[in-house]
Design a protein around this ligand. Sequence first.
Ligand SMILES: Nc1ncnc2c1ncn2[C@@H]1O[C@H](COP(=O)(O)OP(=O)(O)OP(=O)(O)O)[C@@H](O)[C@H]1O
Length: 615
Amino acid sequence: MEDLPGSVPELKDERPCPIIHNTQFDQYEDSAAGQTSKRPPTSTDRRSQRSQIPTLEGAKARLVQLKERLYQREREITELLEEERTPVPPIALPYCTILLPTLIHKAHEICRAVPETRVLLKLIGEENQLALAEAREKLDHLHAEEDKESDEYESTLSLLQETVREYEATQLALRFIKTGESPEINESDAVTELEAVLGRGAVRTTEGVKLVGQQLLSLQDQLKQIKEEKNKIIENYTSERTMRKKYYNMVEDMKGKIRVFCRIRPGGAIVVEKTDEYSVTVETPRGQREFQFDKVFTAEASQDDLFLDASRLIQSAMDGYNVCIFAYGQTGSGKTFTMVGDKDQKNPGIMPRSFNAIFDIIQENRAKFEFKVSAYMLELYNDKLQDLFVSLPGEAHAQSQSHGQARRVEIKRNRKGVVFAQGAETKEASSAQELYALFQQACANRHISATKMNVESSRSHLLVGIMVESKNLTNGSVCKGKLSLVDLAGSERAAKTGAKDHQLKEANSINKSLSALGDVISALSAELPHVPYRNSKLTQVMQDSLGGNAKTLMIVNISPSECNLDETLTSLIYATRAKNITNNVQRNLESKEIAQLKEVIMKLRSGQTVEDEDI
Ligand SMILES: Nc1ncnc2c1ncn2[C@@H]1O[C@H](COP(=O)(O)OP(=O)(O)OP(=O)(O)O)[C@@H](O)[C@H]1O
């Protein structure tokens, strides 16, 4: 075997070792076996050693043994050395070693963020505190509300329970009264209830129950009466003002005052308002102005509403009165709508409605009376009266008048002061339809043209006269009445209506006649000795309606719009003046004529014959 550095050289010398070494080897062997004795050898030991002195063979064997051991040791040492020389494989670093720097970095970052986070947390904490306080407050509030509500609820409930209890008790009492029995023992709860309501001991006996029941019934009656009286007082109180005005108007009407209705047209930018049945208020730059009328109709009022109030005058015409209904107001304020209605007659006005009303009355009285209805229809255009039953096409119509081709129509008055149109055709009608057909024929001949303010403006005054003659079939007496229906042309300002040339002439003529009407109204209202009827043909035609022997209804049509404020005020002022005019109806009651009529009535009542001249 080759000598390696560090290795133990192989033992080639096989010579035995001196004996002395044997002892040492024994000692080594013992100690290797862990049984080395430390005690000093005794004389017995020495004797025994001497007796065991090894033989050569034994020594050789011993040597072999030792050699083997030596080799064994050598191998072990070599192995150890080799092991030391073998390079140690790198130990895999644990994962945490890699993570550590990242962790440290993160930790630094976190440390840096800590103060900021602390501030943030503090803020959030504070906010939370605030929100919490707020929420608590709200909760407390809600609790308080809930308590309050529940208190209210409780009190309402107990009130209701109390009421129900009282009612039940009353029912019970009534039941006992009905049956005439006393409450029984098993009804003790009910009795207690009754007692609670009516007083202790009140229902113990049949008599007591009856008495209490009667008391209850009379109390109920009294309560009912008190309630009814209270309602009546309230009703009276609220209608008192209205009634007062109504009766005042009735008295005025009986005195023969012209009745004046005010009708407000629909429209925007409203400055006119109906304050009650009889008043309108106008907002002017100088403050509010109130006007009183016999009735006020708002934009919402229907044609039916208006006619309901106007229709009693139709009966008066049938009864022999001279009745006049006319519409007055600025252009486009709704006069034609009120008097005639809309174009397709979905909302017929006073004229067509009056035709129907006349023939309805005729129908109702045909067994006792014989009627004759005739009509003239005129227009006053450019201060000339034209018979609308004479139809002349287009411009020829206007021209014809100036050339005197048509019959001249003149206003006359009969000896009773009733106006009639001399030269105008009077046509008879035997039904409302016939009368309406005549009216349509007349309307077709009217002068209408578009102005800036009204696409179909009436450029003339329309005057419809319906004469009703009734003959009493029993005594043959004849009664004559007249219904004048007038749709005036609108008062206007030429600049506003955009009138030019012949339209301007029309406008001037309309304004002239309306201003003459205004003068007549003013004079009558002021009770002046002279009334200027003759200043215009219009006032001549209307002479028997204004201040004459007539029942007159004037409808003042007004626009609610701010832009028409001036015209509205003018119309309202004139209409208020007209309201003061007293016609001769009442005065005539005192007159000789009426005295004669009274005589006739007396004769009729006593069964005497009445002559025509008596009437
Ligand atoms: N109460 C109302 N309800 C509905 N529409 C209305 C009412 N009054 C007026 N009108 C409408 O307003 C417009 C003008 O009305 P209307 O022609 O009757 O005015 P007017 O006073 O006769 O005018 P003019 O004097 O120019 O003839 C019409 O289209 C009419 O239908």
